[in-house]
Design a protein around this ligand. Structure first.
Ligand code: ZN
Length: 243
């Protein structure tokens, strides 16, 4: 099985469309949440995701945009965009977000937006964060996460110390037997790793690899739409910086 992995689309339809074209033919799409929030195209993004044959999860912004998350978690820019998003989303699209799972367990992997310790809340940033989720994985070897918008891998062989690796475009991470791995492929619609291109991954269970890919999209088009929607200026400018 070959999977296209996407996460943190954040209502950036131009980036989503570019990434899905770049992924091409795969057996299934995995979407690790935050379909909406920050960007200008919430309905377009939800509808495109709804049409995919995929394993789709909810992120914290998806839940907040349907009134299901404590807003104290979000900074003022995120809050402003969430209120705007809630206002824009159609009843059908809100209902779709409402029924998305927060965690999915399959034969080959577990999927979650944040971490296994806190499905849509915790950021896995340090080895200690990763260790908590490794413990909860028990005998399972692969966990795919989003939320930080940084392509990253954490891994540990049996119960040895956790190692980590920042991932960049074209990196191929091998899934090794008896080694637990947590992989984040970065963000489609709001990358924060200093590379402004949209980020995604390909998981190939035959070769047991995850390949990180970056693709340039029309950032100016998204920024123009955000300006027209009067979304916060900081959110508009950060897209071009990839921060
Ligand atoms: Zn996000």
């Amino acid at each position: 099985m070959r999977y296209g992995i996407i996460s943190d689309i954040h209502s950036n339809y131009t980036a989503l469309d570019t990434v899905l074209n770049a992924i091409g033919v795969v057996d299934k799409i995995i979407c690790l949440g935050d379909i909406v929030g920050y960007g200008p195209n919430p309905n377009e993004c939800v509808e495109r995701i709804r049409g995919l044959d995929g394993l789709i999860l909810a992120g914290n912004h998806d839940l907040a945009s349907i009134g299901w998350k404590d807003m104290d978690w979000f900074n003022s820019y995120a809050k402003e965009a969430i209120f705007w998003t809630e206002d824009q989303l159609t009843k059908e699209n809100k209902e779709y977000l409402f029924y998305l799972p927060e965690v999915l367990s399959q034969k080959d992997f577990i999927l979650v937006h944040g971490s296994l310790y806190n499905f849509t809340g915790e950021y896995i940033v340090t080895g200690a964060d990763a260790k908590r989720s490794f413990e909860l994985m028990q005998h399972r070897e692969l966990l795919l996460v989003g939320h930080t918008h940084h392509p990253y891998a954490f891994f540990r062989k049996q119960r040895q110390p956790v190692q980590s690796l920042k991932l960049i475009d074209k990196d191929v991470f091998s899934l090794i037997k008896d080694t637990q791995s947590i992989i984040n492929v970065g963000s489609v619609g709001q990358p924060r790793d200093g590379d402004e291109r949209a980020s995604f991954g390909i998981l190939d269970m035959q070769t047991r690899t995850v390949t990180i890919k970056k693709v340039a999209y029309d950032i100016k088009k998204t920024q123009q739409q955000m300006t027209e929607a009067r979304l916060p200026r900081y959110l508009i400018s950060r897209l071009a910086m990839g921060r």
